[in-house]
Structure formats: structure tokens, C-alpha cells
Design a protein around this ligand. Structure first.
Ligand SMILES: C[S@@+](CC[C@H](N)C(=O)[O-])C[C@H]1O[C@@H](n2cnc3c(N)ncnc32)[C@H](O)[C@@H]1O
Length: 227
């Protein structure tokens, strides 16, 4: 948990892994990897060769974490913006992104830029905080508006992300879903101390999740294959 920067990234990644079907030795871009929790997991559990790319966390800080976790032979940290990735065309077998796509992925220009570094036939998979009723389709619950404010406009439903990726015409075999029990996992993680390092602290997040009795809050999981 000391490496988590968003809600329960490892539980989300575990849920996405079947969609990625990673093989040991495959080259994976962990996009928006933060302090590196998911990169450590991908190396340890899947034997993947991981490039951990992140904007806010320096490569030096992330590298220290990978050395401490004993995975520095498999994981390389890179400080980069997704809009100008310093990688070759088709360099990766898969791209995975946990709790980060909401910061950049709603821009229609993002997918073509990102897909450049993925092999044709490679898998792209991401999970992101979401609202079961898309913010563009219905009123925001008050408890969400109070905590998240304008940021909740990017907490999209699986249907929104599905259509967004479909409209690009650049990917196929799109699988999108609402994560079962996502709000409960988020609350469990927050109560266990996960949110204490976040920008607003644990208590307001816990209060928001406790008010969410009809599970509007949770996670959108989506994956697709590059054409
Ligand atoms: C909520 S944190 C999640 C980090 C990590 N995936 C985790 O779950 O612990 C979001 C991450 O997205 C990254 N990010 C935001 N905008 C980015 C961009 N334009 N390019 C690359 N990474 C970006 C930030 O640097 C940050 O570490």
C-alpha cells in the first residue's frame, strides 16, 4: 500500500489481467505507474519486462522502489508524458494503465498517440474510477460533487469509454465492464489507510463512499486490441 497513489491498484490490475493474457518476457508499458505498485506486481506475478512511465513521480524515486522490491532487473522507470512518449513504434506487447487514464484518456487525440508504441494485435487495458450513470447522462450525486467537483466529469461509465474507443476506429475486440464490488473494495482500501496519502485525506473519501449506498461509484475496466 505504501506504493499506491490511487485506490487499490493491485486489486484492479488482478481483475484486468485475464483480458491482457500476458506471457512471461513480454514487454509491457505500465502507463501512469506512479510509485510503481502495479509495475512490481507485473514483474513478480507475470514475469513481464516492464517500463514504468509516469509524469509526476521521478524516475529516480520509482527506481529506488523497484530496487527495494527486488525487481529492478525487470522494471525500468521513465519520467514521461503520455502525449510525447519516448519509445519506438510498436515497442510494446501490451499497455496497461491503472487509475491514470482519467487524467488524459478522454481527449480524442490520446488513443492514436498512445497506440503508436503498441504492436499491431497488442492489448491495451485500463481501469479508472467511474460512475455507473455516466456524468454526461444524469445528475451527479451531491456527495460526489462535494468531494470531486469538476474532476467527476471524467469518471465515465463503461458504456462511455466503450463508445469513445470504438469511435477511434483504431482498436477492436473492445471489452468494457463495471467492476463487480468496486465501491466496496475502494472503501475497504480507504478504511485500511490507503487514502491517507491522497490530496484530500482519508475521511472525506470514506464519507463519500459510505453515502454511495446504491453503488454509483466504482471502476470502469476496459481492454481492446490494436488493429
Ligand atoms: C492517481 S495516480 C495513480 C498512480 C498509479 N497507477 C497507482 O495506481 O498507484 C495517477 C498517475 O497518473 C500519472 N499521469 C497523469 N497525467 C499523466 C500524463 N500526461 N502522462 C503520464 N502520466 C500521467 C501521474 O503522474 C500519476 O502518477
Amino acid at each position: 500500500m505504501s506504493l499506491d497513489m490511487g485506490p487499490n491498484p493491485l486489486w484492479q490490475l488482478e481483475d484486468l489481467l485475464p483480458d491482457l493474457a500476458l506471457q512471461p518476457g513480454q514487454r509491457v508499458l505500465d502507463l501512469g505507474s506512479g510509485k510503481g505498485a502495479t509495475s512490481v506486481f507485473l514483474a513478480r506475478e507475470c514475469g513481464a519486462t516492464v517500463v514504468a512511465a509516469d509524469l509526476w513521480v521521478s524516475a529516480a524515486e520509482a527506481t529506488d522502489n523497484f530496487v527495494a522490491a527486488g525487481v529492478s532487473d525487470l522494471v525500468t522507470a521513465v519520467n514521461a508524458d503520455v502525449r510525447s512518449l519516448p519509445f519506438a513504434d510498436g515497442e510494446f506487447d501490451a499497455v496497461v494503465s491503472i487509475d491514470a487514464f482519467e487524467y488524459f484518456g478522454t481527449d480524442v487525440h490520446l488513443l492514436p498517440t498512445l497506440l503508436r508504441v503498441l504492436k499491431p494485435g497488442g492489448r491495451l487495458a485500463m481501469s479508472t474510477p467511474g460512475l455507473a450513470t455516466d456524468p454526461y447522462d444524469g445528475p451527479l450525486p451531491d456527495y460526489v460533487r462535494e468531494l470531486a467537483g469538476w474532476e467527476a466529469a471524467c469518471w465515465h461509465s463503461p458504456q462511455w469509454w466503450h463508445r469513445h474507443w470504438e469511435l477511434s476506429g483504431l482498436v477492436g475486440n473492445i471489452r468494457s465492464r463495471w467492476q463487480s464490488g468496486g465501491r466496496d473494495d475502494w472503501l475497504l482500501w480507504a478504511r485500511s489507510g490507503g487514502e491517507k496519502h491522497g490530496p484530500v485525506g482519508a475521511d472525506p473519501v470514506i464519507r463519500m463512499l459510505e453515502q454511495d449506498v446504491d453503488e454509483q461509484l466504482g471502476f470502469t475496466l476496459i481492454s481492446a486490441t490494436k488493429n
